[in-house]
Design a protein around this ligand. Structure first.
Ligand code: SAM
Length: 488
């Protein structure tokens, strides 16, 4: 993966890939858990649920694999490279097991779901395989492996949202947090493995979402990101799959909550808390969401709006259910309603049959939108997807790479163009922590999700500070504080 804005990625952050998660020690717990996460933010969020479930089972977390009773790896299947990374880690676990023979190894997440019990045959080191909807079964599965048997649960659920599990915040900055609102995906993009590994789409009870947000506020958090594969498709009507909404009663339909409503409820529940959301699928994003964003100052002016390709022919082959023209209309509406709204993209180069003309369409779409930043990938064929079954992966690696280079270079240019627009402005920044490059500077983000660094003075983590922007790179704004924001 390449992206043009170090540190802004809320979906797949290369820097946090493989991060071990730790939580506060409970003195009564005697067993040690080492948990490592890969992939999208949803996986990191799931690991917080897993740690919460296991804290009740006598586990404290550790950063030292050599002393762990249980090693868990939460895996990603989105591209082949993600799976290869996990295979490499398993080799490392195997080496550690030689000095720590009592250690058990469990594989969680999308790769567990995709490979199921095949994992146990292929990777002799693995004792336990658990899919994304089966984490509540972990206590039973751990008992199985403790008794010397292998354990597998990869059953996908119609209604599991973990709404009743209070996630523990692992390695948190104490300022920003993710709140999961939907699970699974019904979109069936032909390149994507997610519908197979995370199951059908279901939404979480809004009441439990609001409780989690209120609790985060009470504990000092200042920003939340509502999280799902396709948040705009959120629909609560008392539980159940999104696809079964048609069968709901009139009463359920009348009292249902869609994403715009949920966004508004969240913004109003905590008017001083910054609200973000990710990811939006263009086909599901409606005007009422954009209008709700415009209405509430605490909803940030930033939309991650993956398009994947600028060619109508390729969009169709990908089963993205909108055209290039409809996408432009959406962009125009966003810019009309929220003129300073930042927009970012995900793009795939080298999807089967992609021609130079299709590639040029992608470049011209980017030229039209001039995204603030983006996350760009070469197509990776995934087993079981519709594209794998129906289409040849016929674009040579060099061509995929060259096209990827083209779009990254163009994105770089646009990112710089966008950051330059902030020069001279005074913008509200929420301080998240130290700048990576300088101890004398704070790092935070403006509403548009662009990283801002500025001298610390007497400000502290969690403050909303007005910062005058004096310099920029394509990824970062550099400024100086002019005072605390009135919204602290
Ligand atoms: N649900 C979101 C959506 O609909 O766009 C994001 C899903 S995915 C976790 C993040 C990104 O990975 C996608 O937007 C896409 O650009 C990329 N991706 C997914 N499958 C891929 C594949 N087979 N090869 C290359 N990139 C892929």
């Amino acid at each position: 993966m390449m992206h043009s804005n170090e540190g802004t990625e809320k979906i797949i952050d290369e820097e946090v890939q493989g991060t071990t998660l730790t939580l506060e020690e409970n003195k009564d717990n005697s067993k040690k858990l080492y948990i490592e996460s890969y992939g999208c933010q949803m996986n990191f969020s799931d690991s917080e649920i897993v740690a919460s479930i296991l804290a009740k089972e006598g586990f404290n977390t550790t950063q030292d694999m050599a002393e762990a009773d249980l090693v868990l790896v939460n895996t990603c299947s989105i591209r082949e490279k993600a799976e290869l990374t996990v295979r490499k880690r398993l080799e490392k676990f195997n080496a550690v097991k030689k000095t720590n023979p009592g250690m058990k190894v469990g594989v969680l997440g999308c790769m567990a779901e995709r490979l199921k019990s095949k994992f146990l045959e292929e990777e002799k080191i693995v004792d336990m395989v658990v899919g994304p909807d089966a984490y509540k079964d972990l206590p039973n599965l751990i008992q199985e492996i403790d008794e010397g048997r292998n354990a597998v649960n990869v059953i996908l659920s119609k209604d599991e949202t973990y709404g009743d599990v209070a996630p523990v915040r692992l390695n948190s900055n104490g300022v920003t947090a993710f709140v999961s609102i939907t699970r699974g995906c019904d979109n069936m993009c032909t390149f994507c493995v997610v519908p197979f590994t995370r199951g059908r789409e279901r939404s979480r009870d809004p009441q439990s979402i609001l409780e989690e947000v209120n609790d985060l506020w009470e504990r000092g958090f200042k920003e939340i990101t509502l999280l799902g594969q396709n948040v705009d498709s959120y629909l609560w009507y008392g539980g159940g799959l999104k696809k079964d909404f048609e069968k709901a009663t009139e009463m359920q339909k009348a009292t249902s909550v869609n994403f715009a409503k949920l966004l508004e409820m969240t913004a109003m529940a905590q008017p001083k808390m910054r609200i973000r959301f990710s990811t939006s699928n263009p086909q599901d994003m409606t005007l009422d969401v954009i209008e709700t964003m415009a209405k509430h100052r605490n909803i940030c002016n930033y939309i991650h709006l993956p398009v994947q390709s600028g060619s109508n022919r390729i969009l169709k082959a990908m089963n993205r259910l909108h055209t290039r023209e409809e996408y432009f209309e959406l962009i125009d509406n966003i810019k009309k309603i929220i003129p300073d709204c930042a927009i970012s993209q995900d793009m795939i180069t080298g999807f089967p049959t992609e021609t130079e003309e299709d590639h040029q369409d992608t470049l011209s779409l980017m030229e039209y939108v001039k995204y603030d930043f983006g996350f760009m990938f070469a197509y990776s064929e995934r087993p079981g997807t519709l594209a794998e079954r129906k289409l040849d992966d016929d674009i040579p690696e060099e061509t995929k790479k060259r096209r990827l280079r083209d779009i990254i270079d163009l994105q770089q240019k646009h990112s710089l163009y966008r950051t330059q627009q902030h020069m001279g402005q005074v913008e509200e920044v929420l301080i998240e922590g130290f700048s990576k490059k300088s101890d004398a500077h704070w790092m935070g983000r403006n509403s548009q999700n662009t990283v801002v660094v500025f001298p610390k003075e007497n400000y502290k983590v969690g403050d909303f500070v007005n910062v005058k922007i004096n310099e920029c790179t394509s990824a970062t704004l550099i400024g100086e504080a002019v005072g605390l924001s009135e919204y602290n």
